[in-house]
Design a protein around this ligand. Structure first.
Ligand code: ATP
Ligand code: MG
Length: 748
């Protein structure tokens, strides 16, 4: 759990301490109209997490007041998600529909108090009467109906005597309230529709604002925690409960910021569209941000909860980098799963001086993973290696097999290339190689130096498997629609080759395929005859390097020269590692990369001596700088540690955004120019001045009247559309936080 207490827990503690409540009761109240996504995971983690931390209870309540969009398959998906995340709602799942009779009685009570009336204006007039932010509204003439007439009409509404839209029940509050939501809000509407639980019993359905607060009250909820877009609904929440003079204690609403993640859409409506359009294979498509999708892809519940914990609970909306979620799963699996070898694009290698066959004993886990277990790796004269682990004309910095450069077969021997066999079109079809008998891993006396160890499988024993390589579903940081779908989000490899123990021993369901990433046996399509593996995540954030030459060695391979097994750190490296994790707060993956690489750590320390920003500097050094150092020596770099410090400084003081920083870095690689100069010359300074951003927003608002209307009519999800447009219009230069606030303000 978070060490520092978040604002919600602070409130809960105060309320328990003051005796306002004896026990804390929260609830997770989804509408069963789609599969839950990672945003819901955040809400689940908060509500169930608080209940657990304070020994209270969290209810799972289906907010099923909209008969036309809801369904039991969604109820099941929601239950699955909560369970999978490790939470327990107790004996019963609650449904708002179970309270329909009680809610109806409360409505009758309000009518009797002359606090609610049946209105019969048509929709358009009603909207017109509502007024605007600057003008008070007007009350409908029907508000003067007597209590008796209202009771009679409401009863007949219930009995199905009227058509949809003919009448509504409204609260009688204040048509000139500054908070427009308080201008006589709707409490009930007529809907002749079949409800998936209540059947055809009801012709009227309560609105969220009426049903939610009362459901909370009925269940004895104390803290009703919701997302920020309900801030203005809080007044109604309080009005309903106060006006009915309910017996205390009663619940109070508290709002937190909803989770948004880049490269992702996160609303059930948009997800439903992707599912219905067939853009994905279903709600559990491993590319979707649904809990079912993450589960099928191979994410662990722990990694998702860690992520929810890391992002914290705030009062202002913000966008979280999807790389952070990917980091959490990588970090979780790193210490848990067996390492095995799989070749995705096989190239045959015949070891001409090897006869017979043998089995090599190989541990599943590297030394720094506290787990035991090993398997036998069959080795023979014919093996397969990854096609891109051989290059005939390698660029500088290529560490794997070439006609001149030997390479180690992980856990096995060193081989060198003797002959390259090609087909009529010049494609390489086979390598004739030689092995060194005295180079056996663990007892190498050959004296031969290699720069990396590669994965391989024995041709005869290897098993054919299907591997599904998943990447981000959208290629735009803030996706706007299907145009932004990433065409390469799924690549299926039908004939990858894997070492046999994975299939026959089944040491786990999740694996690290050496040098490829983390993989999961697909829980739906996997069978012994046709094993299928899903790529969960790569070994490192590869997204930022997409434009780079593909043929750089994978980061992990570089320092793991001797054998591909993790070499224990030297004392000096260990000391650095300890300092980086304990003092600088770097995560173990980053600290490990730095501590083991002298070039990197000295570059890092130099930049750190100029700027006290250990985490940001470590990130750029282990990602961007390390990438360059794989191709050239430190002395050949065009940029200096000082310039990297300057670049990070500009991000830290918000002169430029993270995204722009990447662009500036690319330019520094090319020209060696100071970052400040590049930013100035290219006009990349982040725009945070509201006076500059405002006119751009105004223009976008004018250009999109339809979306503005939809937003004002309650489709608050369009907020991200507007924010995206503004960011796009400024070439990514506008400060996203400022844009978010301004857009929200202007659209009010
Ligand atoms: P969507 O826009 O995806 O349909 P919603 O808010 O309509 O989401 P509900 O089923 O009504 O979805 O939400 C159930 C609970 O989950 C609510 O308390 C809601 O505030 C919370 N929730 C939904 N989306 C997010 C999110 N992105 N971040 C945090 N909490 C969320
Ligand atoms: Mg909703």
């Amino acid at each position: 759990m978070n060490q520092s207490k978040d604002f919600l827990r602070t409130i809960v503690e105060e309320d328990l301490k003051s005796g306002k409540y004896k026990e804390v009761v929260t609830r997770f109240p989804p509408e069963p109209n789609g599969f839950p996504h990672i945003g819901h995971a955040k809400s689940i983690a908060i509500n169930f997490g608080i209940a657990r931390d304070y020994k209270g209870h969290c209810n799972l309540r289906m907010d099923d007041t909209n008969p036309t969009t809801e369904d039991t398959q969604y109820v099941e998906a929601l239950k699955d998600a909560v369970k999978w995340l490790g939470f327990d709602w107790g004996d019963d799942v609650y449904f708002t529909s179970d309270y329909f009779f009680q809610l109806y009685d409360y409505a009758v009570q309000l009518i009797k108090m002359d606090k609610a009336y049946v209105d019969s204006l048509d929709e358009e007039t009603m909207r017109e009467y509502r007024g605007t932010v600057t003008e008070a509204g007007r009350r409908s003439k029907y508000a003067q109906r007597s209590v008796e007439e209202n009771l009679d009409l409401f009863d007949r509404m219930k009995n199905g005597e009227f058509k949809d839209g003919e009448h509504v029940l409204r609260a009688k509050i204040d048509m000139s309230a500054a908070n427009m939501k308080m201008r006589d809000p709707l409490l009930y509407r007529i809907r002749h529709a079949h409800h998936f639980r209540a059947g055809d019993e009801w012709s009227i359905y309560p609105m969220y604002d009426f049903a939610h607060c009362l459901s909370d009250y009925i269940e004895g909820v104390t803290h009703s925690i919701c997302t920020l877009e309900f801030e203005n609904n809080r007044d109604i929440y309080n009005w309903v409960l106060d006006t009915l003079e309910l017996k205390p204690p009663r619940p109070y609403q508290h709002e937190f910021a909803r989770l948004g993640i880049n490269y992702t859409v996160m609303s059930k409506r948009k997800l439903l569209e992707l599912v219905e359009d067939g853009q994905v294979s279903g709600w559990d498509d491993p590319r979707l941000p649904t809990i079912a999708g993450y589960k099928r892809r191979g994410y662990t519940p722990e990694s998702i909860l860690t992520f929810c914990d890391q992002i914290g609970i705030a009062k202002a909306n913000s966008m979280v980098d999807v790389a952070q979620l990917e980091f959490c799963i990588r970090d979780d699996l790193n210490t848990k799963v067996p390492r095995v070898m799989c070749v995705l694009d096989p190239l045959k290698v015949t070891i001409e001086n090897y006869e017979g066959s043998e089995e090599i004993d190989a541990s599943y886990y590297p030394d720094d993973v506290p787990k035991d277990g090993s398997r036998k790796l069959p080795f023979s004269r014919e093996i397969y290696i990854e096609r891109d682990d051989f290059m005939e004309n390698p660029p500088k910095g290529y560490f794997r097999l070439t006609p001149e450069q030997p390479v180690r077969l992980k856990h096995g021997f060193i081989i060198s290339c003797k002959e390259v066999i090609k087909d009529a079109n010049g494609n390489i079809t086979e390598i004739k190689a030689e092995y060194y008998p005295d180079s056996r891993s663990g007892s190498d006396s050959s004296g031969i130096k290699v720069k990396s160890a590669i994965q391989w499988v024995s041709a005869k024993e290897a098993k054919t498997v299907e591997v599904r390589l998943y990447d981000r579903l959208f290629s735009a940081e803030i996706p706007e629609g299907v145009d932004d779908l990433n065409p390469d989000s799924l690549k299926i490899i039908k004939d990858a080759l894997i070492e046999p123990a994975v299939i026959t021993d089944k040491p786990d369901e999740r694996f690290q395929f050496e040098r490829q990433g983390y993989f999961y046996a697909d829980p739906v399509d996997y069978s012994d005859e046709n094993p299928v593996f899903n790529k969960i995540v790569g070994l490192k954030d590869s997204w930022s390097k997409k434009t780079k030459v593909k043929d750089t060695p994978k980061p992990k391979a570089k320092k793991v020269q001797v054998d591909g097994e993790v070499v224990p750190m030297s004392e000096a490296e260990q000391a650095l590692f300890d300092k980086y994790t304990a003092e600088f707060g770097l995560n173990s993956e980053v600290a490990n990369t730095l501590a083991r690489d002298e070039q990197l750590s000295s570059f890092y320390e130099e930049s750190l001596s100029l700027l006290d920003s250990p985490v940001s500097l470590a990130n750029i050094v282990t990602n961007e700088v390390a990438r360059e150092l794989k191709q050239i020596e430190a002395s050949e770099l065009k940029f200096s540690a000082k310039q990297i410090a300057q670049l990070v400084q500009m991000v830290d003081d918000t002169t430029i955004s993270n995204k722009i920083a990447k662009q500036v870095f690319e330019e520094m690689v090319r020209s060696g120019e100071d970052p400040a100069k590049i930013v100035e010359a290219k006009g990349l300074v982040q725009i945070s001045d509201p006076a500059k951003i405002s006119p751009i927003i105004d223009e976008i608002i004018t250009k999109n009247p339809d979306n503005v209307a939809k937003f004002r009519a309650g489709n608050t999800k369009l907020l991200s559309f507007f924010v995206g447009q503004v960011l796009k219009a400024t070439g990514g230069k506008a400060n996203p936080k400022v844009v978010n606030e301004l857009v929200a303000e202007k659209l009010k």
